[in-house]
Structures are given as structure tokens and as C-alpha cells.
Ligand binder design. Structure first.
Ligand code: NAD
Length: 250
């Protein structure tokens, strides 16, 4: 049966990979994203709107339109996130800290609040949140992002307990470093913050991974598709890593 799938930050990167994977599985997919150019480029078979996840009114409008047209959703993926600043904690600006927590956590709250109401009414559903290996380890120089992604795991655990009795599953996916432009930006930012070359920083990432490579967006999307499948009906409250087995962080 075709599922109704809502994804935030779904116009590029992992969100888009997940949107295209569910589309290819025959599902109806709606995404929102803060980047109008990326939204305009999304396949018209995927419903795409501009909305910033930190903007309560904009998110309320997007979700209300989906609900009015579709009546609900089987899968809601709170995925929008930003990497935040890199640097020694004493040098970070409060505004950068707040922005990182806001996009990653306020956005998840607004998305999950809607999903919880809709799915409790349905008596079924899956909420997926994108955390990170940064939600499983304590990476240095990335304190706002790490705090936000551990927060996502906490939100996942609490919501799984709260919504489980209503038939709603809640899980977090924790991607490791994903091949693509976002990791290219993170590597460049950390190299600048630490005074090291980009090659050194990249090697540092892969040396800490048992498979000695970054994962792909397709591998993360495959996990999302599995978690939405009947075979995953018993899985809730979990933070599942797709990370090539990340063993250390520096
Ligand atoms: P990305 O930058 O390629 O894509 C993120 C998308 O979210 C973009 O389209 C962007 O426009 C959108 N977005 C950003 N801020 C937004 C906002 N306020 N409201 C709505 N949309 C917004 O990044 P990605 O790698 O695809 O990241 C997706 C998620 O995966 C994030 O939560 C990120 O923290 C997480 N993650 C990424 C990696 C990685 O290596 N790429 C690893 C672990 C976790």
C-alpha cells in the first residue's frame, strides 16, 4: 500500500535521497526545505514546499496543507539540520550555538508535535529523526552540533515511550560521515578551525571508521526504508547507526 511520507530538509542531501527512495517504492512524498532553489529543483512527483523548520507559522502552514490534502501520514522524517560552528567552545558565538540548536532541535520539536497528534489519531505511524554519530560520541570542536544530536536521541527515547502505547514507533538514524558536499564543507571548516590540512582532517575521519570510508546517502535512505517496512514493526526507541562502524572520533 502506498504510504504518505513527510520529510523536512528534503530538497537536498540525505533528505532528498530518502524522498527519492520512498518515491521509488511507490509512496506519496511531501518535503519542506528552507532553500527555495533546491525546492524548485525537486522532481515534481514529490510535493515540495519552502518552509524553515524553525518558523512555527511556516511549518504549521506546510503541515496543515499536507494534512488537509492527505488526511495524515504513515511516516514523518524530521531530517533538517545544520552542522553549526566548529571551534574551541570558549571561542564560539552564542548566536551560532542558538542557531544550531534551533534548526536541529526546535525543528524536530515542531515536526514531531504535529506527527504525534496525527499518528495518535491514526493509532499507527513511524517518526524517524536524523541524529548522527555525533549523537553517540563526544566529538571535540563541535559542541553545539553534538549537544543537538544527543538531544535528538533523547527526544527519540522520550517520544517512543510516550507514543508507543498509541501504536506509534519512533527511531533515530545516526549517519556517520556521508560522502557529499556537506561533509566537504565540514572537513574544510574543521581544517580551518584546527589549522590542519583538509586531507589530514578527512583521513582522521576515515581512520576512525572500521570500513575506512564515508557512508553514502543511499545507504542511509535504505535504513529509513527498512524502518518503515513491516519487518521493522518491533523496532522503536532506537538510535541506529549507519556509519561503517565509527570507533573513534579524532
Ligand atoms: P545538507 O546540507 O546536504 O541538506 C540539509 C537540507 O536541510 C538542505 O536542503 C537545507 O536547505 C535544509 N535545511 C537547512 N536548514 C533548514 C531549515 N531551517 N529549515 C528547513 N530546511 C533546512 O545536509 P545533509 O547531510 O543532507 O543533512 C541532513 C541531516 O543529516 C541533518 O540533520 C544532518 O545533521 C544529518 N547528518 C548528516 C551527516 C553528513 O555527513 N552529511 C552525518 C550525520 C548526520
Amino acid at each position: 500500500m502506498s504510504r504518505r511520507v513527510v520529510i523536512t530538509g528534503g530538497a537536498s542531501g540525505l533528505g532528498l535521497a530518502m524522498a527519492e527512495t520512498f518515491r521509488d517504492a511507490g509512496d506519496r512524498v511531501a518535503v519542506c526545505d528552507a532553500d527555495p532553489a533546491a525546492v524548485a529543483a525537486v522532481d515534481p512527483a514529490i510535493r515540495a514546499e519552502v518552509a524553515d523548520v524553525t518558523d512555527e507559522a511556516a511549518m504549521g502552514g506546510f503541515l496543515a496543507r499536507v494534512e488537509a490534502d492527505w488526511g495524515g501520514a504513515e511516516v514523518v522524517i524530521s531530517n533538517a539540520g545544520i552542522g553549526g560552528p566548529a571551534g574551541a567552545v570558549e571561542e564560539l558565538a552564542f548566536d551560532d550555538w542558538r542557531r544550531c540548536l534551533s534548526v536541529n532541535l526546535d525543528g524536530a520539536f515542531l515536526t514531531c508535535r504535529w506527527a504525534a497528534r496525527v499518528m495518535k489519531g491514526q493509532g499507527a505511524g513511524l517518526i524517524l529523526l536524523t541524529s548522527s554519530v555525533s549523537g553517540l560520541f563526544g566529538f571535540p570542536w563541535r559542541t553545539p552540533y553534538v549537544a543537538a544530536k544527543w538531544g535528538i536521541v533523547g527526544l527519540t527515547k522520550a517520544l517512543a515511550s510516550e507514543l508507543g502505547p498509541h501504536g506509534v514507533r519512533v527511531n533515530a538514524i545516526c549517519p556517520g560521515a556521508v560522502e557529499g558536499p556537506r561533509m566537504d564543507r565540514v572537513v574544510a571548516m574543521e581544517a580551518a578551525a584546527q589549522g590542519r590540512s583538509e586531507a589530514e582532517v578527512r583521513a582522521g575521519f576515515t581512520e576512525g571508521v572500521a570500513l575506512r570510508r564515508f557512508v553514502t546517502a543511499g545507504e542511509v535512505a535504505a535504513m529509513a526504508l527498512f524502518l518503515a517496512s513491516p519487518g521493522a514493526a518491533g523496532i522503536s526507541g532506537q538510535a541506529l547507526a549507519v556509519d561503517g562502524h565509527t570507533e573513534r572520533t579524532t
